[in-house]
Design a protein around this ligand. Structure first.
Ligand code: CAO
Length: 560
């Protein structure tokens, strides 16, 4: 099983970790790998998540210790006994892998759908004259590997529903696994006996099912008796079928069965639990994991997005953009958005809906600044400092924010006050492979151009490496978004509330400028100030922009 030794007084041994008993299921897909080599693992920490068509299962660690390797990746398939990780197990004499099952309190029988049990039941005689009698059967919870008290976390069906064989009826969940229980045969649900939150074990009655084929149900082997029901009900045709909604094999599926249901979603127990805690309907979420699997990130982004949408006070609210099946028009590729992209999307949406904004444009003559910068650049490069126009812009904004404190303020949440800040912290939009990030430079007004150049480069590098700490992205009073290194003659940036304004910087261009006697070539920098018109009026914004222009035009002011 592996080498064993004593280290720092602790018993240490290398162990392999293998896939536990999965009820004989084979080639089950790894849908999440939660750990990586080098991680310190506690006993029962979830290592990987497996998922078949009908069940998902978290595989916990049978040992505490340091993970030496994880030998599977998302998309791999595994079977019982496959070694998928190695761990340097520490502490008391650990259990062997063979002794330490994966901690499943539910035998998920992954891959092989659990077969619910049927038992005939008795119905009150309702049939009128001339109506044939058929039997409903009780469908029962299948074998759960001996587990009792497994919670009903989703009930997908209700009385009157038409089911096809294999349609999911409910989802059960233990601490470690969730399992969908499919209908054993087609039919109409006459009654659902369970409720959300019920704890069940093998053999518990789930629902009464009137077989679609009208066959009499078997009566043997159960304590339930025969139920007679109105044959008119029994032979009633299924719900309106969608012409193009066909299951493989050409069986037409009732429309109700092709609608997205909670049980056709892929989500692990922890994710389902989180969704329940937030009161989130999983059917509303498009999973970004493999095969559309819903991840915790998806739920968090969904909740952030929902919080960003204000409750409509009157009227019909905002119509959602209709969903389009792009594949009708050509080949497509669907890829998950990164977590950063989803957070930015929610924040931008919130800003767009909340903030009545105005965008104001100007062009600033930075010919002298550029000459000064060119003179300094080489010497500073020798010291490892790259001097771009950005530190100048930061200093100019800081000075103008001090002079125009309303641009450095925020609206109070009571809607009746302005919060003026006695500090000047400026956010800087940084383009990263994961999406837009906004690190914050603190006390910009107290820092030299050199310090700002150094800090800008450091924060941008951290952002691009996704190593920014949360506190390095908090506390901004104002933001600069510079696309000057990329191009463009102007753009309208979106304010990042609770800030009241943002400066967009585009690419400088040499332009002929009339000096009263003749045209002279000048380096003109296009700027856009977008501001929240609830707090700032045009005159205040105009003066702020004039101050920035004056500071940038006269480089001596920046050195003060
Ligand atoms: N006009 C002309 N050239 C400019 C310029 C401007 N306004 N601003 C920068 N440049 C030049 C720089 O001087 C540098 O050239 P040199 O090496 O010859 O001096 C070059 O562009 C590259 O600059 P940089 O990108 O290395 O540094 P920066 O300080 O200009 O920008 C940063 C740093 C982090 C802001 C930038 O890398 C970035 O991520 N920009 C994108 C921000 C963004 O996405 N905003 C949009 C938000 S809304 O979706």
């Amino acid at each position: 099983m592996g080498a064993e030794c004593e280290r720092k007084g602790t018993h240490v041994s290398n162990k392999t970790i293998s896939i536990p008993d999965m009820g004989g299921a084979e080639n089950v897909e790894v849908v999440e790998v939660m750990v990586s080599a080098g991680d310190d693992i506690q006993l029962d920490d979830v290592l990987i998540v497996l998922e078949s068509d009908k069940a998902s299962m978290e595989i916990p660690s049978p040992h505490a210790g340091k993970l030496l390797s994880v030998d599977v990746k998302t998309g791999d398939t595994v079977s019982e006994g496959d070694v998928f990780a190695h761990i340097e197990a520490a502490g008391a004499e650990p259990a062997t892998v063979e002794e330490a099952p994966a901690g499943q309190s539910v035998d998920t029988t992954t891959g092989a759908s659990p077969e619910p049990v049927e038992a005939p039941v008795e119905a009150e005689p309702e049939a009128g004259p001339g109506l044939a009698a058929v039997s409903a059967v009780d469908v029962q919870v299948p074998e759960l590997g001996g587990a009792e008290d497994v919670e009903v976390i989703e009930l997908v069906v209700k009385a009157g529903d038409e089911l096809l064989a294999g349609d999911t009826m409910l989802v059960l969940e233990s601490d470690k696994a969730s399992m969908e229980v499919p209908a054993p045969r087609a039919g109409r649900v006459t009654e659902v006996y369970l409720q959300l939150g019920d704890k069940v074990g093998e053999g518990a009655n789930i629902l009464g099912l009137l077989p679609a084929d009208g066959e009499l149900a078997p009566t043997q082997g159960t304590d339930a008796a025969k139920r007679e029901v109105d044959a008119d009900v029994a032979v009633q045709p299924p719900a309106v079928a969608k012409p193009d909604a066909e299951k493989p094999g050409g069986v037409t599926v009732p429309e109700s069965a092709v609608q997205r249901s909670a049980a056709t979603l892929h989500a692990g127990p922890a994710v389902r639990k989180l969704a329940r805690e937030f009161g989130v309907d999983l059917t509303a979420i498009h999973g970004s994991g493999a095969h559309g699997r819903i991840l915790k990130d998806d739920i968090q982004a969904y909740v952030a997005g929902r919080l960003a949408v204000p409750e409509p006070t009157s009227g019909p609210g905002i119509e959602p953009i209709p969903e389009v099946d792009f594949s009708r028009f050509g080949e497509i590729r669907v890829e998950p958005m990164s977590k950063v992209q989803k957070i930015i999307a929610a924040n931008m949406h919130r800003s767009w809906l909340n903030v009545p904004r105005v965008s104001q444009f100007d062009e600033v003559d930075i010919t002298a600044l550029e000459k000064f910068r060119a003179g300094m650049k080489a010497g500073l490069a020798d010291q490892g400092v790259k001097l771009t126009p950005l530190p100048f812009l930061l200093r100019a904004c800081a000075t103008a924010l001090r002079k125009n404190p309303m641009l450095n303020a925020s609206l109070h949440s009571d809607g009746e006050h302005l919060v003026y800040k006695e500090y000047v912290h400026i956010g800087l939009a940084v383009d990263t492979p994961a999406g837009l990030m906004v690190p914050v430079i603190r006390h910009v007004d107290r820092k030299s151009l050199l310090e700002l150049a150094t800090e800008t480069a450091e924060l941008a590098a951290l952002a691009k490496a996704r190593k920014l700490k949360p506190e390095q992205m908090q506390g901004a009073c104002f933001t600069i978004s510079s696309l000057g290194n990329i191009g463009g003659t102007g753009f309208t940036p979106i304010i990042n509330p609770p800030e009241l304004a943002i400066l967009g910087v585009s690419r400088l261009a040499v332009k002929p400028i009339w000096n009263g006697k003749k045209f002279k070539p000048r380096k003109m920098l296009p700027l856009t100030l977008a501001y929240d018109h609830r707090a700032i009026n045009g005159a205040i914004a105009g003066r702020f922009m004039q101050d920035i222009a004056a500071i940038l035009a006269d480089v001596r002011r920046l050195l003060l």
